[in-house]
Design a protein around this ligand. Structure first.
Ligand SMILES: NC(=O)c1ccc[n+]([C@@H]2O[C@H](COP(=O)([O-])OP(=O)(O)OC[C@H]3O[C@@H](n4cnc5c(N)ncnc54)[C@H](OP(=O)(O)O)[C@@H]3O)[C@@H](O)[C@H]2O)c1
Ligand SMILES: *[C@@H]1O[C@H](CO)[C@@H](O)[C@H](O)[C@H]1NC(C)=O
Ligand SMILES: *[C@@H]1O[C@H](CO)[C@@H](O)[C@H](O)[C@H]1NC(C)=O
Length: 318
């Protein structure tokens, strides 16, 4: 009997420790205030983007919530204002699955906002389908849309330096690969539609984020703009909305216990955006608020350059 009690107590203590220390992970410890600074957070109407927006607004930043749905974006803006106690929060429509929308967003932003100190490329999705211009949805939104957006805003970032670009990638990039033949032929990273195919394409798109950051850093040498990519952790968010409902239900006890809350999940984003002295680590990849080494394929100079040039062509930039 007492053995049961002791074992039970030990189990509870171990589970508590696991959740409070390992799952929760490190927090951003920066006390930086952001009065007079402007930040854009893409996909900030829910999930970790919304928590990031609340934190930045609390620190006094002017926060631009770049979201695709006016209804959800404006409702979230009210939440962010209330939770942060700041009224300096703005919704600006941005659909990363449409070049037209991205260009309109950039035009509106550049017209009305004199500075840009933080660009948080956070929006991302797991889904099939195609973008307005016919690119694979995950390649188009998770990579190409942010590529174009960052390019359009780069001069304003440079003028406002020291400024930072933060790319929310994923640990999933470790199993990613970039199939240039498929991209050239089909405007997509893959053509499959099964759950496994989509998970692979998601990972591929997240590898693009890390490669992009790698190449962007090179192109930013000599400027006061630095860039970082990161894995936010496994988080209970809406990212699973296109997963099978049965699977989500079966896994819910696991995710409830082992996954972070969005508030815990935005800490590495905040670390990359706010930690003073991070500049020498520009171009690197972070998780759990710590810089990490990546596999060779994620710092492959030739692949990063090739992806950059292909992305330029796809966006009609050159
Ligand atoms: N959750 C995890 O475990 C996990 C792990 C690793 C990496 N990440 C990454 O973390 C980032 C944030 O994810 P989350 O977990 O917070 O997911 P989430 O709750 O699903 O939020 C994703 C956000 O992206 C927005 N978005 C999707 N497509 C868009 C488009 N075409 N244009 C503009 N915005 C768009 C969504 O807007 P709508 O509400 O309008 O769809 C939403 O605001 C993503 O880049 C994701 O890949 C998440
Ligand atoms: C995150 O870092 C903390 C503090 O160093 C550590 O205790 C925890 O185990 C780490 N979590 C993960 C998932 O690596
Ligand atoms: C993903 O989910 C959204 C909203 O739940 C839905 O509109 C969309 O059609 C889904 N996409 C796919 C490919 O299942």
């Amino acid at each position: 009997m007492s053995c049961f009690l002791i074992c039970g107590a030990l189990f509870v203590v171990a589970a508590y420790f696991y959740r409070e220390v390992i799952v929760k992970g490190q927090r951003c410890t920066s006390a930086v205030r952001l009065h007079g600074k402007t930040a854009i957070v893409t996909g900030s109407n829910t999930g970790i983007g919304k928590r990031t927006a609340v934190d930045l607004a609390k620190r006094g930043a002017r926060v631009i919530m770049a979201c695709r749905s006016r209804e959800r974006g404006e409702a979230a803006m009210e939440d962010v204002k209330r939770e942060s106690g700041s009224s300096d929060v703005v919704f600006l429509p941005l659909d990363l699955a449409s070049f037209k929308s991205i260009r309109e967003f950039a035009e509106n932003f550049l017209k009305s906002e004199p500075r840009l100190d933080l660009l948080i490329n956070n929006a991302g999705l797991y889904s099939g389908g195609r973008t307005q211009e016919g690119f694979g949805m995950m390649f188009g939104v998770n990579h190409l849309g942010h590529f174009l957006l960052t390019d359009l805003l780069l001069d304003r970032l440079k003028e406002s330096g020291p400024s930072r670009v933060v790319n929310v990638s994923s640990m999933g990039h470790n199993v990613g690969r970039v199939d240039f033949d498929c991209l050239n032929k089909n405007k997509a990273l893959g053509l499959g539609t099964s759950m496994f195919d989509l998970l692979q394409i998601y990972a591929d798109s997240k590898l693009c984020n890390v490669l992009f950051t790698h190449e962007l850093n090179k192109r930013l040498q000599g400027t006061k703009v630095t860039c970082y990519s990161l894995h936010p952790g496994a988080i209970n968010s809406e990212l699973d909305r296109n997963f099978s409902r049965v699977l989500v239900w079966v896994l819910s006890p696991v995710t409830a216990f082992f996954f972070k809350t969005p508030e815990q999940g935005c800490q590495t984003t905040l670390h990359c955006a706010l930690q003073p002295g991070l500049e020498p680590l520009s171009g690197r990849y972070f998780s759990n608020c710590t810089v990490r080494n990546v596999f060779a394929k994620a710092r492959d100079d030739a692949a990063a350059r090739k992806l950059w040039e292909l992305s330029e062509r796809m966006c009609g930039m050159e």
